[in-house]
Write a protein that binds this ligand. Sequence first.
Ligand code: ZN
Length: 105
Amino acid sequence: MSKTLNAEGTPAVAGAARCSGAMLLPPKADVCQQCAVKHPPEHPHNQQSLYWQYWFWGQHGRWPTWADAMEHGTPDMKAFWVTELAKHNITVKLPNDRLTDGERQ
Ligand SMILES: [Zn+2]
């Protein structure tokens, strides 16, 4: 059986994403393709998901913040999550405020 190799000589896998020298296999089809967790598309990505963190690193070259995880949401959704995370002492810095993202108070 022959294998297709990519430029680095590692096996090429359809749908795999490069991530800082590693390959992420695609998640199951019925979950979010960015965080590999099942959630409504308008909800934030699971910030605790290792898949999300490595996927984001592969796309942006830095680790994601809570603001990144909810960047695609509506203002109301973001406000809800910022309020709920604050109850757990997690302060989220959205692009239009000056609070520190992800720091516990
Ligand atoms: Zn997601």
